[in-house]
Design a protein around this ligand. Structure first.
Ligand code: C5P
Length: 312
């Protein structure tokens, strides 16, 4: 048996929803979705060390913007026991019957409550870190099931790459991107809590006829190579339930287009908006041309989800 590591460093990448359609509410309170997930190069870092018992978490914030926000956005990451890192660690310990604990240090670069899947990525990173620290052997299926208990986006954060998500977003089929891409992400100062966005969707009963078409489209994509152009018309249902923020969202999309990005759209339930940087376009020129106070990030598509970057 190889010795247990004393320190595990895990990379936890953000995700974009290249397209997202919300279906009707289900008896369990969740909604069926059709979504196209994509991991990107913006990452949080989780460092874990073994402890005899119990769990601790220190959170620090690092700036990964290419241009800082003019108005500061509250960090919004709980450092107490409801942080997803601690919930995930305890879930692994319960499932594997572990007695040992862990000390975690989380470096946050992914803005919270933006639709970029930062919390889900951190939870997935904690699953991987705990398994490595304590030598837990768990099948891929078991890991994914444990991830799904922690949140609808956590299975994708584990799997990573490009994937079609069905069910509540947890039934994944891997896809291959025809070409890697770069994107500019703009994060406004406002945010929308996800459960509220789903409730608004139910009240509006918006676009349930479009849902059937989109479900069929999603199912027809299968395992083909995914050309981003095919998703151009797919959209994101949450763009229709932004309420008083709709005008700001539209104005942001216009400013992004003027700066030179293509097809700006919301990721998750927002409020981050991303657009594609044309293949031969200059990211720095686009950033310089962008007029607005939003925080800006330049990212690349990436082929993997959470990953152990180092262990010793
Ligand atoms: O699974 P997760 O913790 O991310 O979900 C947060 C909330 O978003 C859920 O409690 C539910 O209200 C809503 N949700 C939903 N349908 C989904 C995913 C999330 O209604 N597919």
């Amino acid at each position: 048996m190889s010795p247990r590591p004393r320190r595990v460093v895990v990379e936890a990448p953000a995700k974009l929803n290249l397209g997202l359609a919300v279906g009707p509410p289900r008896p369990d309170g969740f909604h069926d979705l059709v979504t196209f997930f994509q991991s990107v190069s913006l990452t949080d870092t989780l460092v874990a060390r073994p402890r005899a018992s119990g769990y601790t978490l220190r959170v620090r914030h690092a700036d990964a913007t290419v241009r800082r926000a003019r108005r500061r956005r509250p960090a919004g990451v709980p450092s107490g026991s409801d942080n997803l890192v601690l919930r995930a660690a305890r879930a692994v310990a319960r499932a594997a019957g572990l007695s040992g604990g862990a000390a975690f240090e989380l470096t946050k670069r992914i803005p919270a409550r933006a639709g970029l899947g930062g919390g889900s990525a951190d939870a997935a990173a904690a699953i991987v870190a705990m398994a490595a620290l304590h030598g837990v052997r768990m099948s891929r299926e078991r890991r994914l099931a444990l991830a799904a208990e922690l949140g609808s986006d956590v299975p994708f954060a584990l799997a990573g790459g490009t994937a079609l998500g069905l069910g509540r977003g947890d039934r994944l089929s891997p896809l291959t991107l025809e070409r890697p891409f770069r994107a500019l992400i703009a994060v406004p100062a406002w945010d929308v809590p996800t459960p509220l966005a789903f409730r608004r969707f139910d009240r509006a009963k918006y676009g349930l006829t479009a849902w059937t078409t989109k479900l069929r489209f999603g199912q027809s994509i299968g395992r083909k190579r995914l050309r981003l152009g095919r998703l151009a018309g797919f959209g994101n249902s949450f763009e229709n339930v932004l309420g008083s923020h709709r005008a700001e969202f539209e104005a942001l999309c216009r400013r992004l287009r003027v700066a030179g990005v293509e097809g700006p759209r919301l990721t998750g339930s927002g409020s981050a908006v991303f657009g594609l940087i044309p293949p031969h376009g200059s990211a720095s020129r686009i950033v310089a041309r962008f007029a607005g106070g939003e925080a800006l990030y330049v990212v690349r598509s990436r082929r993997t989800g959470v990953r152990i970057a180092a262990q010793s």
